[in-house]
Design a protein around this ligand. Structure first.
Ligand code: SAM
Length: 327
């Protein structure tokens, strides 16, 4: 049995072609905006075989891109094998991964050889003491920086640096982060803090002002990727160098949403800020056919609202922290 080949469309008529899949909710960092202190990690994860099956089903249903995330996806020993499986899946055109970078020194090369084309490295600071404070864990800065260098050397076609901007924490080093990324031919991107944990959000408009104050001359550009980021380019630079902005709160982009998520526990989540959850792992383990899985996915997508409400004071937030859903 297999799925139909009708594309996935949500309740608002948006076509879903992009799946974010969490490989684990475990992480060796404890960033306070992502993982609340009382979060208990370590539920039963999807197996490599289950991931392969889901990828095949979603590939048939029109998903063209899968991003592996977590938790920290590189904590899984089979991460390179999973990438290889997904690259070989009919319909899937791009396999991407988001990581805190600490294991890239050893696995950037193997990930690239397995066919990974897009790699995002999260880097909120270039300062050791700050990273310690943000991540709540030991001194990993050298691992992250060397891992990032290894990724740059491995030659990923798309290498990006994600920075969550936090008031009174890293606002003064945004320019330095841009220059560091550019020096490795990577594209830096600044993400507005979403209300999953602690921290003071900084609107994208303020981030742009900080960059100007920190010496960057940026001009408008119409570059777009698969996701919600918009880009500015360095004025006058050739070849062009870009900075991306993800204004998750102040620049709502839900009308362009093309994605859905599978959390580490197999929960299908149509919206990052939504509560609709159907567990695909449990259904597979109970013997569901591909048609059954397709029906559940279509039902969840029908319930997806026009937009998230994370910007509304007192809004009831998701059931899981970012770390569990997969950011
Ligand atoms: N562990 C990996 C990493 O550090 O990139 C992958 C998972 S992490 C949840 C994926 C991305 O989500 C990271 O770039 C992280 O900074 C971002 N993120 C986590 N919590 C966030 C929040 N509350 N608001 C905005 N971005 C967040």
């Amino acid at each position: 049995m297999s799925c139909s080949s009708k594309p996935l469309v949500d309740g608002q008529g948006r076509v879903i072609a992009y799946l974010r899949l969490s490989l684990t909710d475990r992480c060796n960092f404890r960033c306070e905006y992502c993982s609340p202190a009382d979060y208990e990690e370590g539920g039963q994860l999807l197996t490599r075989g289950e991931i392969r099956r889901l990828a095949a089903a979603f590939g048939t249903l029109g998903v063209r891109r899968i991003r592996l995330t977590g938790g920290e996806p590189t904590l899984r020993k089979d991460v390179v094998d999973i990438v290889r499986d997904l690259v070989a899946t009919p319909g899937i055109e791009e396999v991407a991964l988001t990581t805190n970078g600490h294991r890239l020194r050893e696995i950037a090369g193997p990930l690239r050889e397995a066919g990974l084309t897009s790699l995002n490295v999260s880097m909120d600071t270039l300062d050791e003491a700050r990273l310690h404070r943000i991540s709540g864990r030991g001194a990993f800065l050298d691992d992250v920086l060397q891992g990032f260098d290894a990724a740059a050397a491995a030659g990923f076609p798309h290498l990006k640096v994600n920075t969550v901007v936090m008031g009174d924490v890293n606002e003064d080093e945004l320019g330095a982060l841009v220059r560091h990324a550019w020096s490795r031919r990577a594209t830096p991107r600044f993400i507005e803090l979403m209300p999953f944990g602690q921290g003071i959000p900084v609107p994208t408009a303020v981030v742009k002002k900080h960059l100007a104050d920190q010496g960057l001359r940026l001009a408008p550009d119409d570059k777009r990727g698969w996701g919600p980021a918009h880009y500015l380019r360095e004025a006058g630079a050739e070849p062009p160098r870009f900075v991306g902005f993800i204004g998750a709160i102040t620049e709502n982009f839900c009308d362009r949403c093309n994605r859905a998520r599978i959390a580490a526990d197999g929960g299908f989540q149509a919206c990052l800020g939504g509560e609709t959850r159907f567990n695909l792992r449990d259904r597979m383990r109970a013997g569901a056919s591909d048609e059954d899985l397709e029906a559940v996915v279509r039902e969840a997508l029908q319930l997806k609202g026009p937009r998230h409400h994370m910007d509304e004071a007192g809004a009831k937030l998701v059931l899981l922290p970012m770390m569990g859903i997969g950011g």
